[in-house]
Design a protein around this ligand. Structure first.
Ligand code: SF4
Length: 338
């Protein structure tokens, strides 16, 4: 078992974890909200260190990251548990799990082995994804340090609920931060994931960009009747523009009924197009629809000269207008890395 980072010892063999914004106070023998950190005799252990639930070689576009090493393959790993238990989670079989899954279904993969696999599979980088990567902070930190030694890029696909301290721990070794801004109201976050202080997601994302210079892309999964109102969509778009900059990509993705939200319908395409229109009206330069293969809003188009830069149909991409990360036609800055 691996002793956790970022916790305080409290009287009575209790501990307080500072990895994510729940900041769980955990009694002896108990688990945190993520169900993967256990207090054993006053010491906090990360039960899921090196315990893998899912791994795959994915196109970077699947994360989705559209402005970060386009066309490359990324070695993608997930663990067990999560600090959010969203009602619509598409990976609920792993994110709603408890320690019993570690004995039954887990694959153990050391950080060194994960980097070996990344290179052997001809990937240019590694992503911790599928469930919240901060809940195996210790493992992702060890892997990220090794990845940097091998000039591999590193990606967190995150719900953004980690603490500033956790971000600052992984920050020196993390290149891209693909973060969900799931909605823009207290009611929505409380209803979806029982999270009340969701604004911390915004603060830590701003820190990821401003303190650590990470490449940021935002995803909002648009759920009918829950976060598809103009007020929330405009709130997200304005926050991106004002705090991260107009060149930050925003992906508005189609919801498909999952898990505890089977009673809702898939997002109408017209709703996604309305979200895109709001993003553009507010001044964002790159707004994409997701989970709608073949939709024209998957393409990257230069905001300055209107030429096609990257054509996309699903995960098939065609890079036609990039030169040194800028528009090859007019030289505009496209906020493109790699
Ligand atoms: S990672 Fe978050 S949910 Fe898990 S024990 Fe720590 S504070 Fe609680």
């Amino acid at each position: 078992m691996h002793e956790a980072l970022l916790y305080d010892k409290l009287p009575g063999s209790r501990v307080k974890c500072h990895v994510c914004q729940w900041r769980c106070a955990i009694g002896p023998g108990k688990l945190g909200v993520c169900r993967m950190r256990r207090n054993i005799d006053g010491i906090l252990y990360a039960l899921n260190y090196a315990e893998v639930s899912s791994l795959a070689v994915d196109p970077i576009e699947k994360k989705p990251l559209f402005h970060f090493f386009p066309g490359t393959q990324v070695f993608s790993l997930g663990t067990w548990g999560c600090n959010f238990h969203c009602k619509h989670c598409q990976n609920w079989q792993i994110s709603w799990s408890d320690p019993s899954f570690l004995e039954r279904d887990s694959t153990t993969l050391s950080p060194e082995a994960s980097i070996e696999r990344t290179k052997r599979q001809h990937c240019q980088g590694i992503a911790w994804t599928y469930n919240e990567p901060a809940i195996w902070l210790e493992y992702t930190l060890d892997g990220a340090k090794l990845a940097k030694e091998d000039n591999l890029y590193t990606v967190y696909v995150t719900n953004g609920y980690l603490t500033p301290e956790a971000l600052d721990t992984i920050g020196p070794y993390l290149d891209a931060y693909r973060v969900d801004v799931k909605g823009f109201s207290d009611t929505f976050y409380r209803e979806l994931a029982k999270v009340s202080r969701w604004q911390g997601v915004l603060e830590v994302t701003e820190r990821a960009q401003q303190k650590w210079g990470m490449h940021i892309e935002i995803v909002s999964n648009i759920i009918p009747t829950m976060n598809d109102d103009d007020e929330q969509l405009e709130g997200i778009a304005i926050w991106i523009r004002d705090k991260l900059g107009e060149l930050t990509p925003w992906h508005v993705t189609r919801f498909h009924p999952q898990h505890q939200m089977l009673h809702l319908t898939p997002t109408p395409i017209a709703t996604l197009e309305r979200a895109c229109a709001i993003g553009h009206r507010v001044g964002l330069r790159f707004v994409y629809t997701g989970n709608v293969p073949g939709h024209g809003n998957e393409n990257t188009v230069c905001y300055s000269c209107g030429n096609l830069i990257i054509g996309r149909i699903g995960y098939h991409i065609d890079i036609v207008g990039l030169k040194d990360s800028r528009c090859k036609f007019c030289g505009a800055d496209l906020n493109m890395r790699g």
